[in-house]
Design a protein around this ligand. Structure first.
Ligand code: KIV
Ligand code: ZN
Length: 390
């Protein structure tokens, strides 16, 4: 079955870098941009050029560096000066995109702008038109779209399409939506915005309720064709949609009929690289790229995985660049795991030998969080029954 392509818009260097204490310099951003290119993302949001001279420089250098068929994008508010500065930063990009936008929810209109719907539409259209004078590819974000009334959202999207906006970004800025609600929002826009086929709908979901991945998938199932995401899901507050998660959800569920151009074998390495450069550790239980994502420590699971990996793993670790599943020895491990790990360090144990080693192991393991290879040698020696390496 041929699959519909979902574009991956990586915003690690813009929304991801908004994490407190995770500032990157231009050289580090260039290295990450090159890696994103290798990974196969479609769009790199390189920064917010007007925000600082450093961000301007980073966007500009990335625009010069990346020459494959990747769009380089710069963020702006719906403000003329922002747009001019972004256009300047992007002038060397082979495929430049200006990403402009404004808050559209009742709360943003009332409290942020002390304005009204008609004025917001006027400002949005003026910004989009102005951006179009610099670049063909203009993306518009309707900030807090997650909490924006669908009828108003449809109205503003329709006006933006009339002036040639190519991508309509529907951010769940506060991570508030439920997947059904976010999916229904995208469906509503597809069904109620005249000319919607001329633009790509984009999902930009935050993770305040842990629903960013589910919401983005609900969005593409309902017709969006771009996901905005970051490596390791980093970003403001609880973060953005995690790139590795949405990519692997589509890969592992071919029945969705959706896929991306991502080389998944680079996911683990890319995660490590971004984590190191940003000084931000990845939680061990993080899906796909966490240290424990392919580690098994309970006896029942270990026995299953040793007999047939797929009993407890839905992803082949090699598909995401992890060498192999690991069998972690703890006091919860069984004989199968111990025999397996002992064999890896050179002991081919008979059933009788294994019984003795296992008793020794249990006492040893109770005093340690994890039993390592060196400990296995000590445990075997401790049995005093003359076991030698094979
Ligand atoms: O979350 C958000 O709404 C954003 C926009 C600036 C796209 O990051
Ligand atoms: Zn965001």
């Amino acid at each position: 079955m041929s699959k519909d392509k979902v574009q991956i818009f990586d915003t690690t260097l813009r929304d991801g870098e908004q994490v407190p204490g995770c500032k990157l310099d231009t050289a580090q951003k260039l290295v990450i941009a090159e890696r994103l290119e290798l990974l196969g993302v479609d769009v790199i949001e390189a920064g917010f050029p007007i925000s600082s001279p450093g961000d301007f420089k980073s966007v500009s250098e990335i625009a010069k560096l990346i020459k494959n068929d990747i769009t380089i994008c710069g963020l702006t508010r719906a403000v003329k000066k922002d747009i001019e500065v972004a256009a300047d930063a992007l002038k060397h990009a082979k495929y430049p995109r200006i990403h402009t936008g404004i808050g559209t929810s009742e709360s943003h209109i009332k409290y942020k702008f002390n304005s009204n719907e008609d004025t917001i539409i006027e400002k949005a259209v003026a910004a989009a038109k102005y951006a179009k004078t610099f670049v063909e590819d203009v993306e518009f974000f309707c900030e807090d779209a997650g909490r924006t009334d669908n009828r108003f959202l449809a109205r503003i999207c329709e006006e933006l399409i009339k002036v040639g906006v190519t991508v309509l970004n529907i951010p769940d800025t506060t991570g508030y939506c439920l997947p059904e609600e976010y999916g229904a929002k995208i469906k509503y826009l597809r069904e109620n915005v005249k000319g919607i086929e001329k633009a790509t709908l984009s999902c930009h979901c935050h993770n305040d309720l842990g629903l960013a991945t589910a919401n983005s998938i609900a969005g593409v199932v309902n017709g969006a064709r771009q996901i905005e995401c970051t490596i390791n899901g980093i970003g403001e507050r609880a973060g953005n949609t995690s790139l590795e998660e949405v990519v692997m959800v589509m890969r592992q569920h071919p029945s969705l009929g959706l896929d991306t151009g991502i080389n998944s074998k680079l996911l683990f390495d890319t995660s490590k690289m971004v984590s190191e450069k940003m000084g931000m550790t990845v939680q061990p239980n993080k899906a796909i790229v966490g240290a424990n994502a392919f580690a098994h420590s309970s006896g029942i699971h270990q026995d299953g995985v040793i007999k047939h990996r797929e009993t407890y793993e839905i992803i082949d670790p090699a598909d995401v660049g992890v060498d192999e599943s690991s069998i972690i020895l703890t006091a919860r491990s069984g004989r199968a795991a111990l025999a397996y790990r002992a064999k890896l360090v050179g002991y081919e144990l008979t059933k009788v030998q294994l019984d003795s080693v296992y008793q020794e192991f249990l006492t040893y393991a109770d005093s340690k969080k994890e039993v390592m290879d060196d400990d296995i040698h000590e445990i075997v020696a401790g049995t005093d029954i003359g076991i030698r390496k094979a």
